[in-house]
Design a protein around this ligand. Structure first.
Ligand SMILES: [Zn+2]
Length: 145
C-alpha cells in the first residue's frame, strides 16, 4: 500500500501516544494499516485457518517496545520460524527460499518506529538496532534495472 493512498484509518498511526493499547487492539490497527497479509511470506492472515500474529520488528528480547510502530502482522509459522533473527537476516533467508517478503513495508515501519522513538524518547537498546536494520535493508534493496 503506497503512502499516496492514505485511508482515513491511517490517522490511527499518527496519534503520538497510545502505549497502553491491548495486543488485540494493536493488531486491529496493524491489519488496517498494512492489510491482512503476512509481512514475511505474503499469505493472507486473519482468516479462520491462519490467524494473524503480532510480529515485533525489534524483538522484545532486544528491547523492542510493544508499539504499533514496532509491530507487523505475520502468520504464526513465519513468526515462530524467524525467532530472534533480525528483519534483514530473515528477509535474506526468505528470499533465498524464493519467497517475497515485503521489504518496503518493513522499511516503512522501521522509519515510523525511528520517528516514534525520537518523539517519545527512551528505547536506548532499540535505537541502534533500528538504525542498523535500516542501513542493511536499504543496502539490500533490489537495484532498478
Ligand atoms: Zn508467513
Amino acid at each position: 500500500m503506497g503512502r499516496s493512498g492514505r485511508a482515513p484509518a491511517d490517522r490511527s498511526e499518527e496519534e503520538p501516544d497510545r502505549p497502553n493499547l491491548s495486543r488485540a487492539a494493536r493488531l486491529r490497527i496493524i491489519l488496517e494499516r498494512d492489510g491482512a497479509t503476512c509481512v514475511w511470506c505474503g499469505r493472507a492472515v486473519d482468516t479462520d485457518l491462519v490467524p494473524a500474529t503480532t510480529e515485533h520488528l525489534v524483538p522484545r528480547i532486544k528491547g523492542g517496545p510493544s508499539w504499533v510502530e514496532n509491530e507487523m502482522a505475520a502468520c504464526a509459522r513465519c513468526n515462530r520460524e524467524r525467532s530472534h533473527r533480525t528483519p534483514a537476516e530473515w528477509i535474506d533467508e526468505l528470499e533465498r527460499r524464493g519467497l517475497e517478503p515485503d521489504r518496503e513495508a518493513v522499511l516503512r515501519t522501521l522509519h515510523k518506529l525511528q520517528e516514534a522513538i525520537a518523539r517519545r524518547g527512551g528505547q536506548r537498546r532499540a535505537r541502534p538496532y533500528v538504525q542498523s536494520q535500516l542501513r542493511r535493508l536499504e543496502r539490500g534493496r533490489p537495484q532498478p534495472e
